[in-house]
Ligand binder design. Structure first.
Ligand SMILES: Nc1ncnc2c1ncn2[C@@H]1O[C@H](COP(=O)(O)OP(=O)(O)O)[C@@H](O)[C@H]1O
Ligand SMILES: [Mg+2]
Length: 235
């Protein structure tokens, strides 16, 4: 695989490098990880008309795809807070478009009944805004299931997360965090009651989740505040 150029983005499990004209390399830091499944899901999603970067090559932990030019939806909303309602509606429309696609056969991971394609990390940091429209990235968590679980997942993440950053933007982020998830949930128009505990359980299985976030997710999903009812939250 080609030698990577400058680092463009750094996430929890992968780094994204510039690969020259129109291409980026997304490389898992675990050299034993495979991006094959993720690449296949992206190809499937694109073939069904979803706005997803074109995949050029996949090799073990390396995935080469089209470079998308544009800020994340989160960056765009922080820069132009007056677009918040519109962007939350766009995100809900992206969810709807994803869930209209049948899950590919290779997706045997299930989150309850249903056979829709789910992204399961479809929040404003995984949408890049280009002049020709929004593009969905970061398909690591894709699964098969019901739309409600995906919408519930995004709603929980957006409502519970504390976006790190300088104090000057903290106030803007807090203000946005009240409005954005509410508008997103309204625009999605689904009844999330049954899906929230499922979505929360998935998120809570993540060992890296901070204690505060854990508590917020439990509260938002209406779960008991400690893992075992009656026992104190471990510190
Ligand atoms: N196809 C792409 N084109 C341009 N930038 C990208 C592309 N894919 C990812 N990036 C950049 O890398 C960052 C992290 O990518 P992402 O796939 O969301 O991985 P993770 O969140 O796991 O780190 C994105 O926020 C974006 O800045
Ligand atoms: Mg991401």
């Amino acid at each position: 695989m080609a030698e990577p150029g400058p680092l463009l983005g750094r996430g929890r499990d992968a780094d994204v490098y510039d690969l020259g004209p129109g291409r980026v390399l997304r490389r898992y830091r675990d050299p034993g990880a495979s991006a094959e499944r993720e690449a296949a899901v992206m190809v499937h999603a694109r073939a069904h008309g979803l706005p997803v970067p074109e995949v050029f090559d996949v090799d073990g932990p390396d995935l080469v795809m089209a470079r998308v030019e544009g800020p994340t939806m989160l960056a765009a909303v922080l820069r132009r807070p007056w677009t918040i309602t519109r962007q939350a509606t766009v995100l809900a429309e992206l969810h709807r478009a994803v869930h209209a696609v049948p899950a590919p056969d290779l997706l045997d991971r299930r989150t309850g009944p249903g056979d829709a394609l789910l992204h399961l990390d479809l929040h404003p940091e995984n949408v890049l805004l280009t002049p020709s429209g929004p593009v969905i990235i970061d398909w690591t968590n894709a699964a098969r299931g019901t739309a409600e679980v995906d919408v519930a997942d995004a709603w929980l993440v957006m409502s519970a997360a504390r976006v790190p950053g300088p104090a000057v933007v903290a106030a803007a982020v807090r203000a946005a965090q009240g409005v954005f998830p509410r508008q997103f949930r309204r625009a999605a128009g689904l009844d999330l009651a049954a899906a929230l505990p499922t979505a929360a359980a998935r998120r809570l299985a993540d060992r890296n989740l901070g204690e505060q976030e854990r508590r917020r997710i439990r509260r938002l999903a209406g779960l008991p505040l400690s893992a075992r009812p009656g026992s104190p939250e471990p510190s």
